[in-house]
Design a protein around this ligand. Sequence first.
Ligand code: UDP
Ligand code: MG
Length: 304
Amino acid sequence: MKLISVVVPSYNEQESLPLFYPAITKIAEQMKDQAEFEFLFVDDGSKDNTLQILRELHEQDSRVHYVSFSRNFGKEAGIYAGLEHANGDYVVIMDADLQHPPEFIPQMYQYVSSGEYDCASTRRISRKGEGKIRSFFSSMFYKLSNKISQVEIVEGAQDYRFMTRQMVDSILKLGEHNRFSKGIFSWVGFRTKYIGYENVERAAGTTKWSFWKLFQYSLEGIFAFSAAPLAIPMVLGILLCAAAVILAVVFAVVHASAWQAAILCVLLLIGGLCACCMGILGQYMAKMYWEIKNRPVYIAKEIR
Ligand code: UDP
Ligand code: MG
C-alpha cells in the first residue's frame, strides 16, 4: 500500500481546521483501498488556538503529525518543513482553508500513480471573489515574470500539488532561504498535469495576505528566478550617455537659456535613474546577503 502525506501549512487557522480535518479524513476513507494517509500540519507560529487543536487531533488520530514553529516564518517555510518531514511515497501540499478542495485528491492520485505525470496541480480558471486591482496586478506579474525569468509559471497555478517522492526530494535539494515555491516547482522540472477549477472562497477565518505582502512576494518571484533586472542599469546607462553627447552638441550650437533649464532637468532625471538602478543592484545584494548567512529556513519548537 502506498502512503500519501498531506502537508498543510497553517497560520491562525483555528476556524478552518475543524472544517478541514473532517473533509480530508473523508477523502482518506474514500481511498482506503488504494492508499494510506498521514496528515502533516505545520503550525507557522500561530497566535490563536491552532497548536491546541493540532495537539488534540494528534491524540485522537495516529495519522496526524505536526511541526510547530517558534514564530511565524511564512508559508514558504511551512511548505519546506512539511516536505522535509513527510514520509509518503506521494506528497500533497494544500491550504487549511478548503480553498484547495480535497475532492481533487483521488483524481490527482490517478494522474500521478499511473506514471503518466510526476505532479498534478490545480489552476484557477476564474478569479471570482477576488478584487479587480488584485486580479490586474496578479495577471501583470505572470506576464512580466514569464518574459524575463528562467522558469515558466502557469497563470493561476496554485500551491495545491500532488507530487511523487522523487520530485519532493528534488525540491528539498533547493535549500535557499529566499523561497518562491511556484518558481521552485517549475525549476525542478518533471511532467505536471494542471486541473482547471473555479475559484473557491475561504471556508472560515481571513486571508493572511495583504496587498503589500502579495506585492513583495511577487517581487521575490522575479528576483529569485531572473537576473534580467540587473541588465536594466547597463541599457539605461548606454542610452543616457548617448543622450548626453547629443545634448552637448546641441547646446554648443544653440545658446538659448531654455536649453540650460532643459539640461538641468536632464541632470535630475539621470540622478533619479541612477538611484533606481542602484536600487535594483541592492535587491540582489540583499538576496545574496541572506543566502550567505545560510540561516535555517525555520526553527521548530515542537514536533510530534
Ligand atoms: N499560511 C502560513 N503562514 C503564513 C501565511 C499563511 O502557513 O504566514 C497558510 C495559511 O494558514 C493557509 C495558506 O498558507 O493554509 C494560504 O494562506 P491564505 O489562505 O491566507 O492565503 P490566500 O488563500 O488568501 O492566498
Ligand atoms: Mg486561502
